[in-house]
Write a protein that binds this ligand. Structure first.
Ligand SMILES: NC(=O)c1ccc[n+]([C@@H]2O[C@H](COP(=O)([O-])OP(=O)(O)OC[C@H]3O[C@@H](n4cnc5c(N)ncnc54)[C@H](OP(=O)(O)O)[C@@H]3O)[C@@H](O)[C@H]2O)c1
Length: 325
């Protein structure tokens, strides 16, 4: 099969290669998927660059992807052959991810992709959509709440706006950094947008909420925005933190403790089986009902994996970057 891989950490251009490898065979309990697409997420370039140790001497990157089950291993229902699926945790604690023509992995990690949902969209579900779902669903959900989605035009943020609305948020405010991103966030359902580079976010949130603050912040970069929390969160409010622009951060203890805010950190790779099952079921129901918009920002061939990594690393694409395998 054609695949992209690296055998040491480093810059995309120096370590990523595309070539031929043996097609894997599905082991017991596994399915073999002929991949149509592979989703590129920020954690893929971070892992490649060395924030996590190499999972194996050779790593095929990317956890997200979509395709068709071509074969099944012992113990897996043969009726699944031919099923369209999307993948989660393809390269989490595993050597071979989705940047290839095939992947063999545990059957539960290949989820039925409803008819009418494209393989490009399927490559955005494992990380961006499930992360967004978790951020708005955890700790009691958002029904009736005012929610601020930081980075509302991001891959996760764009889904988070939609899912907050779907789960009954009363009002969604998104922060963005350009008119195009503002339009993107509004099209996803944001009621208000704030340009965080041009405007005083705390002052605008105060205005929009009559001084009360928001019930929940969905935070893309706690290192950059943590100091804002006491100014924008309502008393005893909540922050679901899924990202940070820096590995270490400092937070203003005094204002935070006075605000009573609770900060929930989570990583989508480590969702409990129960939470993942709940998220997968909810996302499947939304997909079947046609309730979720996907933002495919750029599609590149597998051979251009280096360009894809560099584009995600630079943050230059609004929406998801997807490889066609
Ligand atoms: N915990 C998890 O399981 C999990 C899952 C997925 C992603 N992540 C992490 O979450 C982050 C975002 O991932 P993504 O795939 O959504 O990336 P993305 O598509 O690049 O989106 C990030 C968005 O955040 C905006 N942004 C950047 N800095 C910001 C700031 N200080 N305040 C407000 N907005 C800001 C960016 O736009 P501008 O730069 O124009 O503002 C962009 O729209 C990455 O660090 C990623 O590693 C974590």
């Amino acid at each position: 099969m054609r695949a992209a891989w690296y055998e040491r950490n480093g810059p995309a251009r120096e370590v990523l290669v595309v070539g031929d490898m043996p097609t894997p065979a599905p082991g017991a309990g596994e399915v073999l998927v002929r991949l149509a697409t592979s989703g590129v997420n920020p954690s893929d370039w971070k892992t490649r660059s060395g924030t996590r140790p190499m999972a194996a001497p050779r790593v095929i990157p990317h956890s997200d992807g979509a395709g068709v089950i071509e074969a099944v291993g012992e113990g897996v229902d043969r009726a699944r052959i031919g099923e369209r699926v999307w993948i989660w945790n393809g390269q989490w604690k595993r050597a071979f991810g989705t940047a290839a023509e095939h992947i063999a992995l545990p059957a539960a990690q290949a989820v039925r992709l409803p008819d009418g949902i494209s393989f490009e969209a399927g490559a955005c579900l494992g990380i961006p959509a499930l992360t967004a779902w978790r951020a708005v669903q955890t700790d009691g959900g958002v029904a009736g709440q005012t929610v601020l989605v930081a980075g509302g035009a991001g891959a996760v943020g764009h889904y988070a706006i939609q899912m907050a609305k779907l789960l009954g948020a009363a009002r969604v405010i998104a922060t963005v950094s350009s008119p195009a991103k503002a339009a993107h966030a509004r099209a996803a359902g944001a009621d208000e947008v704030i340009d965080y580079r041009m405007e005083n976010v705390a002052a605008v949130v105060k205005d929009l909420t009559a001084g009360r603050g928001v019930d929940r912040v969905v935070e893309v970069d706690l290192a950059a925005n943590g100091a804002l929390l006491p100014q924008i969160v309502a008393r005893d409010g909540f922050c679901a933190c899924y990202g940070s622009g820096r590995a270490e951060m400092s937070l203003p203890f005094g204002p935070l403790i006075l605000s009573g805010v609770a900060i929930r950190f989570f990583i989508v790779y480590e969702l409990s089986p129960e939470a993942r099952a709940q998220g997968v079921a909810q996302i499947t129901a939304w997909l079947e009902a046609g309730k979720v918009q996907h933002a495919i920002g750029r599609v590149l061939p597998l051979a251009q994996v280096v360009e894809a990594h560099e584009a995600v690393e630079r943050g230059e694409v609004m929406g998801n970057v997807v490889l066609a395998c």
